[in-house]
Ligand binder design. Structure first.
Ligand SMILES: [Zn+2]
Length: 457
């Protein structure tokens, strides 16, 4: 199969290129490839060929206490494909007392046979007993080299600094990487306690339970632990420019040999805390942690992403039906499941709000959506690039149309912060490992053909 007539994004910008696919992988890329006898030709005239994008941070079908869960793998992965994302890395979260490998098995069961896109799993660690830490080397050899620890969510997921130190030591010892949610669980709990005790329970108060100082304190602490343990670290969803400043200082001190990575998420770039006072339903949809921040942070974070001080752009996609969030809100914001959607919006929204505006160059846009997350999270050999030998995950992107955004996927998706915004550009067609799955903006193959991807750092 030969894609011709389109342009690819190279380090210097757009360039005419053809891409040949043999079976499930890319076999040739060049400017002067001609069709072979009998070969299928895809006319990409007027469109750009992008590698299938990688979302390094999603929560599809995440079960919560009380039987609630975020939208399932079928619905969420459909949104991913329609949005040009062919690979996500989700999180296996163990229940209390459950082994890490049992949690991975449970997540594989949620995804396999249901997901339309490919996926990998980060493994959340909430119990740092010797028995749990002993599982780490086996998981790394099974293609699960990235772990997640929380300084947030007291009494649920939070690790103490002592536990975080043990986890980082173990992950480093066996060659893995740790992802950290850096907010101070104690500080958030204290802020929440004051709000609830003074009757401030409506969704509009949610951000006040997540003060900026809480993120800054936790970022500082986890960077200090990384310096001490030498554990490769990704701080996920950095939401404040002050946090990025702390990361930059730590990199300077640590030097080239340290791995200190900063992730930023779509909603922290392009939405702000004004949504919490834009009506009850909008506020509910915007409940996530860290919360949306004051408006000045978004452009600041975008500048850091453009400059290379933030490394890749994810979504933390974790979408709940509005009805579920509303029901949970009856008892106050503290009971509302945290998370919002974005996996379907990431390409188009970032193109509209960062590339069209001139804030992010085209090569950097492609890098932070595709090549960097693949390279940093252990998929460098097969995802994120249009290069011979890589999986034939190919997106045709039409940069011209201008229209009002309609959320993708199921009709009851209400976590969308993006509905009704004017956008530029459209994902028209998508191939996953050589098989067309989206044509003309519609899913044409809804077989749950996504596979688990073992990763290696
Ligand atoms: Zn998350």
């Amino acid at each position: 199969m030969l894609f011709r007539g389109g342009q690819t994004i190279t380090s210097s910008g757009l360039s005419p290129a053809a891409v040949r696919v043999a079976g499930t992988t890319i076999s040739e890329v060049g400017s002067d490839l001609n069709p072979q006898p009998g070969e299928t030709v895809v006319d990409a005239t007027g469109r750009w060929l992008l590698p299938g994008a990688i979302d390094g941070h999603t929560h599809f079908g995440m079960p919560l206490a009380g039987g609630l869960s975020s939208l399932d793998w079928a619905a969420s992965s459909t949104a991913a494909l329609l949005g040009g994302t062919t690979t996500v890395i989700d999180f296996a979260n163990p229940d209390a007392g459950e082994s890490l490998s049992a949690a991975v098995g449970r997540w594989r069961n949620l995804a396999d046979g249901h997901t339309l896109c490919d996926y990998g799993l980060h493994v959340t660690v909430t119990d740092t007993s010797p028995e749990r830490l002993a599982e780490i080397p086996g998981l790394i050899s099974a293609g699960l080299p990235t772990f997640k620890g929380f300084l947030a969510y007291k009494n649920r997921l939070m690790l103490t600094l002592e536990q975080m130190r043990s986890l980082m030591t173990a992950v480093h010892e066996h060659g893995g990487m740790l992802l950290v949610h850096a907010e101070d669980g104690e500080m958030n709990a204290a802020a929440e306690h004051v709000l609830l005790n003074t009757g401030r329970t409506a969704p509009v108060w949610h951000p006040l339970a997540h003060p900026a100082e809480s993120e800054l304190k936790a970022v500082g602490e986890v960077l200090a632990l990384a310096a001490e343990t030498h554990c490769p670290l990704t701080i996920v969803h950095l939401s404040l420019t002050d946090s990025v400043d702390a990361l930059k200082r730590a990199r300077q001190t640590a030097g080239e040999s340290a791995t200190l990575i900063g992730e930023v998420c779509l909603h922290h770039l392009f939405a702000d805390e004004g949504l919490y006072s834009s009506g009850h339903e909008t506020a509910l949809a915007a409940i996530c942690s860290p919360p949306l921040r004051p408006a000045a942070n978004g452009p600041g974070l975008l500048a850091e992403l453009a400059a290379g001080n933030l490394d890749f752009l994810s979504t933390d996609h974790c979408e709940f039906c509005l009805a579920a969030k509303a029901a949970a809100a009856a008892g106050g914001f503290a009971g509302v499941p945290n998370g919002c959607g974005g996996v379907g919006e990431r390409l188009v929204m970032s193109y509209t709000k960062a590339v069209v505006t001139g804030d992010l160059s085209l090569p950097r846009w492609q890098e932070v959506l595709c090549e960097r997350p693949a390279a940093l999270l252990g998929l460098a050999d097969r995802k994120g690039r249009l290069s011979p030998g890589c999986d034939a995950d190919i997106v045709l992107f039409d940069p011209t149309p201008e229209y009002r955004w309609d959320p993708l996927g199921a009709s009851d998706r209400a976590g969308s912060l993006w509905a009704g915004l004017m956008v530029r550009g459209r994902v028209s067609d998508v191939w996953l490992r050589g098989r067309q799955v989206v044509a003309g903006g519609r899913v044409t193959d809804d077989r749950a053909g996504g596979v688990f991807l073992p990763r290696q750092l």
